[in-house]
Design a protein around this ligand. Sequence first.
Ligand code: ADP
Ligand code: MG
Length: 714
Amino acid sequence: MRPRELEPWFTAVSALKFVGPSTTEALARLLRLTREVEEAQSRPPVLRDLLFHMPVGLLDRRVITPVADVKTGDYATLEVEIIEHVPPPRSRRKIPYRVVGQDGTGILILTYYHVKDNYLTRSLPVGSKRIICGTVSMVDGQASISHPDITAPPEKAAQVLRLAPIYPLTYALTQRMLHYAIEQTWPRVKPLPEWLDAAFMRERGFSSFTDSLRRIHAPVDAVDITVDGPARARLAYDELLASQLALALARRMVQRQTSYRITHSAKVEAALKAALPFTLTKGQSQVLADISADMASGHRMVRLLQGDVGSGKTILAFAAMAQVAAEGYQACLMAPTDLLARQHLETLAPLAQQLGIRLGFLSGKMKKAEQAAIRANAEAGEFEIPIGTHALFQENVAFKNLALLIIDEQHRFGVGQRMKLASKGITPHLLQMTATPIPRSLGMTLYGDMEISSLTERPPGRQAIDTRAIPFTRHEEVVEGLARVLAAGEKAYWVCPLIEEQSEEDKAAMNLDLAAAEERYKELSARFAGKVGLVHGRMKLAEREKVMQAFAHGDVQLLVATTVVEVGVNVPEATVMVIEHAERFGLAQLHQLRGRVGRSDKASRCILLYHDPLSQLAKSRLNILRDTNDGFVIAEEDLRLRGAGDMLGTRQTGMPDFVLADLAHHLPLLRIAHDDAKLILNRDPDLLSERGRGLRLLLALFEYDAAITQLKSV
Ligand code: ADP
Ligand code: MG
């Protein structure tokens, strides 16, 4: 299925020398952090993934510096003669092994901890010359380098004296391991036929795809690795063009697809409205009418419903499902986490009962046997509406007659997955819901295969959330305020940041964050005995759920949490959201968190506790949040700030994750790619020309396999 030219690109990294099982595992973790397509995550990392791992900086090893000229903190390349080895005394293991070198201008000390002596006497024999690279510190006026990156004989000068890219890492990986792995890929990957327009490439100063990759991993100039440089821009353009072609092909596919014809039943609608304790807003009714019209048309619905947190999307999902159930078909609702899926089940169960609809539940967290039983039931059509996590969606779940699939809050469910879903021969109507709106200006370009509905108003009676930024030095006042809120029987969240575990250093930072959250919990528990709960990402699921339940239905009135409360948790009595270290959160994330309150007719507050000094960007973020409650405005502002270099919380935005493209920099390229893709498919609808064949490779390289199946075969 995959074109032969691409085989080397999809060779498993384990084929490389010195990449064993543990390194493969570490690479899988590292490369997963930056990949969009979820299904791709389940395969082992391949050479392509390694080459798509972009450096974030450079070490300049081009020039040899005399020892006399270095100072503390310099990253230096030196050439010295080894004159002496000083092993530590046997009894004192805390003293490093020292190797002394000199270059005629001064003495350089190399220090090593926990290194086998014979390794050092072999690699740094007395009397030999060595090129040494590393970060210098001056100790008692003497230059020293601890564990130098490089100790190479002068014959290796050509390989050493150059720019070395610095990569993001996870633990169990080093720069050296990545360099060595990447070096080994070059003889394997052969140049590919060009798929970009020659004039466009000239105008932009682009070189070929493989050359651009090589420029980035073996840079000869600082500009080679910059995000705006031509090498990175070329790769970004390729990725964006592939996505735009896939979207256009997906759109073409959807327009040709038919699906179950679900005639709208006024009776079901009336029954639902009678069962609801509120009336639908005008916006909700409009969206529902759109969905009904889509599903009745005989064509397949593929629709994105975006609406701010709390705008009332769930009930629309249910209304659509009820219509489908009334026609004797199944509908399915999928949420990203077990917690959210259960919450949906809880909210919808009473409604379903009143309407005589049977619900089922499936989560990957359930026991295997239990899961199997639920699967069997789904297959037999035992449930009209299965609700669950993505476990519902794995290959081995079959439905009797699935006519509607609803995907809640799954940002990463990209065009590739949408197409794959359809190409399996099932074409249920698809409704994707998200509370992280994408900027209007990007709707067409990022979700071009879908119709978009937006809920822009909130349910009536909701008051705007009063948002304030307060320095942490005044947090005692905030605690006093909480005392009044809790006394009135209301509930509150206190959110602490928790860094995502990515590297050895982050692990330490994560532990610090956890300790801080626990500390806060202790402090608040002392003040509000018996009323405080703690949830964080490292707790066992069952334990976490117990606390969440106690917060939703029990005695816990104040929930101290790391960001697990982020998406979708619904506790209407909560009226205060305190966010500690608010400066460490991204704009979209802050807005999501704030959306946990303001869910009833009571006045709600959001308090952004920050630590000085605030950066300019952090200040802008907090100001925007204070000034508006509108998720659509916030999405636009987020994009604007990203243009200004804001990197916080990228994963929380509604935008797809690109690996090579960074929309803060490459937005103009996205627009060009959008037009380019249209033009290409107008002229060559099945990509049969020579360039077209190149573009097929491009699609395959970015794993838009389902898009390729939409093309006439060559
Ligand atoms: P989200 O869009 O974030 O998924 P939900 O569907 O969870 O929002 O709705 C948030 C809350 O608002 C729920 O408690 C829901 O019952 C309530 N709600 C939804 N629509 C209305 C409405 N038209 N009037 C009053 N309350 C509503
Ligand atoms: Mg929701």
